[in-house]
Design a protein around this ligand. Structure first.
Ligand code: AMP
Ligand code: ZN
Length: 483
């Protein structure tokens, strides 16, 4: 079977092979550490983790670099607004980012370079572009002239001519460009308030790097001039990745990334989850409501990465149940007694495990079709559960095959390991917790301790759980904090 990935460059699914046999070099646009990441951001990161784990499971060595954008318009603005230094803004956000990363069971990547620690490499890249004739300088800022780069915008299917008449581009509108869609490589810093929080010396005077430049410089520093895979969310395609291509290829004359892969958005209330719309949840806020990390991870990975995924709290409850089914099945496999020679009517569990492996590999080989991969896994669980219900005896080798299949599944999806950790730390899932609180409230009411019963109702409501008392007892539902 061949591994195939969608390539945004060609808009087709292509057979994948890294340039160096057996070794994948991959760059991932990391977080802008101005504020705590939300689970929309983590949909992109969780999918990139799935990609990384699947490549490893298929036998590749992976060198993955994910940067930290710790200087850009948003981090600087946060420092100015709060009257603190850039580092005071980014250090705690970076710390909580990696806390959430670890909570969701994302693997550490080989390197996490910080933009502020790579300014010399960025300056060097601008000098190369200057030497190659792609830039112009005005008032201490250096611009990339997109007209001089043939094929500009190809990644996004964008016609550069149409861009000439275009309107604003993120945060660059204060700069005096020849063409409104040119982008700033180096932002002269002494010219405005920004200079107060983030300035580096450069051949063009004091200033700071533009966001796009940061990623090109850090990617090439650690992965060479041509990467195998560059990933990000679809919102990164234009202008960020289009500009990364122009700068990197303008400087080296070589293709920058052989595959560009982009994850679709996580939606909330029908729109892209984002800080600016305010329709977001953080990992922390979901944990406070009693959800398990394994459920969050499962939900984020459950849909194909190139389809939008609508986030709801009910969806998260379903995800928790799905993980519970897998977990219970694994426990059953571990606890079922077996025999070396169980007799000829013992179920063919090895056959089930083999069919799973084939279907799972085919699904993930096909552009990382996670939903089909999960589908194949639940088929195995259902059929194996039926077989175990009916079997008088099962073989040791058959159970071992199921155990290995589940380990393989989890090497890629990583939800059972999280669930294990949750069980070990004794953290209950939301359902157990709510049921326990409802029982405590019923007991308080039976004791006619209504103050206590009301306090429990309020405690639940604080965690987003609303109760409805009816003839058949107390039912509960999740409400969003805004309700
Ligand atoms: P940022 O910190 O804004 O640079 O974003 C970090 C990553 O999260 C980028 O790869 C974005 O494309 C991605 N991202 C942001 N919002 C969403 C969303 N709602 N769904 C999926 N990915 C997102
Ligand atoms: Zn980037």
């Amino acid at each position: 079977m061949t591994l195939r990935f969608h390539n945004t460059l060609t808009r087709t699914v292509e057979d994948f092979e890294p340039a160096e046999p057996g070794h994948v070099r991959m760059y991932t646009c990391g977080p802008t550490v101005y504020d705590r990441a939300h689970i929309g951001n983590f949909r992109a990161f969780a999918w990139e983790d799935l990609l990384r784990r699947y490549l490893k499971w298929r036998g590749y060595r992976v060198t993955q670099v994910m940067n930290l954008t710790d200087v850009d318009d948003r981090t600087i603005q946060a420092a100015i607004d709060r009257g603190i230094s850039l580092d005071e803004v980014t250090a705690p956000v970076t710390e909580s980012f990696f806390e959430d990363w670890e909570t969701l069971g994302l693997e550490s990547v080989e390197r996490n370079p910080r933009a502020t620690e790579h300014v010399p490499q960025m300056i060097e890249l601008v000098r190369r572009l200057e030497g190659a004739g792609f830039t112009y300088e005005k008032d201490g800022s250096v611009y990339f002239a997109i007209d001089r780069f043939p094929g500009y915008g190809g990644l996004a299917n964008i016609d550069p001519e149409a861009l000439r008449i275009g309107g604003r581009v993120e945060g660059d509108e204060n700069y005096s460009k020849e063409n409104p869609r040119d982008f700033v490589l180096w932002k002269g810093g002494a010219r405005d308030r920004e200079g107060e929080v983030a300035v580096w010396d450069s051949p063009w005077g004091p200033g700071r790097p533009g966001w796009h430049l940061e990623c090109s410089a850090m990617a090439m520093e650690y992965l060479g001039e041509t990467l195998d895979i560059h990933t990000g969310g679809v919102d990164n395609i234009f202008p960020h990745h289009v500009n990364e291509i122009a700068q990197s290829e303008g400087a080296t004359g070589k293709p920058f990334a052989r595959w560009w892969m982009h994850a679709e958005h996580l939606l909330s209330e029908g729109e892209k989850m984002s800080k600016s719309l305010g329709n977001f949840y953080t990992v922390e806020s979901l944990l406070e409501r009693g959800f398990r990390p394994s459920a969050i991870r499962y939900l984020l990975l459950s849909a194909h990465y190139r389809t939008q995924l609508n986030f709801t709290l009910d969806g998260l409850k379903d995800a928790d149940r799905a993980v519970a089914r897998l977990y219970e099945f694994r426990r059953r496999v571990a606890e079922t007694p077996s025999a070396e020679h169980p007799g000829s009517d013992a179920p063919d569990l090895e056959g089930l495990a083999n069919r799973w492996r084939e279907a799972f590999t085919a699904a993930l080989d096909d552009d990382l079709n996670a939903s089909d991969g999960l589908g194949a896994t639940f088929t195995m669980v259902r059929e194996a559960n039926l077989a175990l219900d009916e079997a008088a005896a099962v073989s040791t080798a058959g159970l071992e095959a199921l155990r290995v299949a589940l380990d393989d599944f989890d090497a890629v999806f990583g939800v059972l390991a999280l669930r294990e950790r949750e069980e070990a730390s004794g953290s209950a899932g939301i359902e157990e917790w709510v049921e326990e609180r409802i029982a405590a409230r019923a007991a308080a009411r039976a004791d006619r301790d209504f103050a206590r019963a009301d306090a429990i109702r309020d405690e639940l409501l604080d965690r987003g759980v609303a109760l409805e008392d009816g003839p058949s007892g107390t039912r509960w539902k999740l409400v969003s904090q805004a309700d």
